[in-house]
Design a protein around this ligand. Structure first.
Ligand SMILES: *Cc1c(COP(=O)(O)O)cnc(C)c1O
Length: 421
């Protein structure tokens, strides 16, 4: 459920007409709903009620400071994957002991940053990383709390680019080598091993792959405890999918997921961490764009809009489907027509949808891409020298620009000219 609904024939973001935001900031833009962000966070938080837990929002999904602050004030921790994300989390007021640091390629500089500013745990992904973490922590006179990310070799049954839990993926340590790697970690004075981490992929639409992975985590917990390790925290990753198409069967709910987690892991007495990103932010955001031209082709009509692949890359990158709806509600009985919906970028990959049934639209009409809140703005670029599009946050009947559109000059003046020119 989200808070983007039609009222009196127009699409609203909570109590704000989407067209009013377009008038104020121009198109294209992203708009997020505070109520939806908080609702989704609470669904996860409630799903683990009664278990010692922390929901660490995977901020790579949408990392605007205003979004982070909204979630942090509701009690969320953060899962970060770079020094930049760590600094963003701190800037949004998240205390270090609510930040977990994931990722296969943490640099010594990033590790130092987190050890200095405070960290809940590092999710360590390899032995070489462990060596650097140990050395860095010791040099700073600190002990780094760590969980080790294991790769359970489970098929997440999702798009290849976002599957992370198979043995051929770059992530984690093969579960078959876990005992040996935990032994090594335990011998390092700069590390304190506290648990196990797993994350098998994103946009999972069934619970079965999670169940398989968590069964392996449960088994491994017993084995490692028998080996003498303290396993008191289980980080279960993120990955629960969202419904992108309204008519598709919806993925399992956070409450189902939470019940499954209790069933598989509840008996172990561990603190549970989860790292949802997409499910919190995905359906909390729209990308809104204006039709520039309707162009009749030989065998199809093109809806050319002012948003493009640089603004929302998911269709080009993951063959992702987004519902695209007119901002002005279609009157009953209007016959739908077929469009290819494309942006202005000079690549055929800049295609959002082919043969999409839509009401007849004209230049100047607004369309909204649903489910664009996660992996939307954060993956945008200025390809074709199209300035980054603004982000707007709605709260009841208020809205605020939370990242403004740079001017052409600002975009150009980030470049510097060498002396010899
Ligand atoms: C990307 C990622 C997540 C979030 O995944 P979602 O599918 O957005 O929930 C969580 N943990 C790790 C380690 C990740 O890389």
């Amino acid at each position: 459920m989200d808070h983007f609904l039609y009222k009196n024939g127009a699409l609203y973001a909570e109590d704000v007409p989407v067209s009013a935001i377009a008038d104020a900031v121009g198109t294209p833009f992203y708009v997020y709903s505070t109520a939806t962000l908080l609702r989704h966070f609470k669904l996860f938080d409630d799903a683990l009620e009664g278990v010692d837990h922390l929901v660490c929002y995977a901020m790579k999904a949408a990392s605007n400071q205003a979004i982070l602050k909204t979630l942090a004030q509701a009690g969320a921790g953060m899962d970060v994957v770079s020094g930049g994300e760590y600094m963003r989390a701190k800037a949004a007021g998240v205390p270090g002991d609510r930040i977990v640091f994931s990722g296969v390629g943490k640099t010594a500089a990033e590790i130092r940053l987190a050890l200095e500013g405070g960290i809940r745990q590092f999710n360590v992904e390899s032995e070489p990383e462990m060596v650097v973490l140990d050395a860095t922590a010791q040099a700073m006179g600190k002990v780094a709390p760590v969980t080790i990310r294991i790769n359970p070799d489970v098929d997440a049954k999702t798009h290849a680019k976002i599957a992370t839990g198979k043995s051929e993926n770059k992530f984690g340590i093969p579960i078959s080598r876990a005992r040996e790697v935990y032994r090594l970690a335990a011998s390092m004075p700069g590390l304190e091993v506290i648990g196990i981490d797993v994350h098998i992929g994103s946009q999972l639409t069934e619970l079965a792959p999670f169940e398989l992975a968590y069964e392996k985590v449960a088994e491994l917990t017993e084995v490692l405890r028998a080996d003498g390790h303290t396993i008191r925290r289980l980080d279960l990753g993120g990955g629960l999918g969202i419904p992108y198409a309204r008519d598709n069967q919806a993925p399992p709910l956070p409450s189902d997921y939470g019940a499954m987690v209790r069933r598989k892991l509840g008996h172990l007495g561990c603190e549970i961490e989860i790292e949802p990103g997409r499910l919190i932010a995905g359906n909390a955001g729209l990308m809104v764009s204006e039709v520039i031209y309707v162009k009749s082709g030989e065998d199809r009509d093109f809806l050319i809009i002012d948003g493009a692949m640089n603004d929302l890359i998911r269709p080009a990158m993951y063959e992702a489907y987004h519902d695209i709806v007119p901002v002005k509600e279609t009157a009953a009985g209007v016959e739908q027509v077929r469009y290819d919906i494309v942006g202005p970028v000079c690549e055929s990959g800049d295609t959002f949808a082919r043969a999409r049934m839509m009401p007849p639209l004209a230049a100047g009409d607004l369309v909204a891409f649903r489910s664009a809140g996660a992996y939307g703005a954060v993956m945008s670029s200025e390809y074709n020298s199209r300035p980054l599009i603004p982000e707007v946050l709605v709260h009841n009947d208020q809205f605020a620009v939370i990242r403004r559109r740079p001017t052409f000059d600002e975009m150009i003046n980030r470049d510097t000219i060498p002396e010899w020119l």
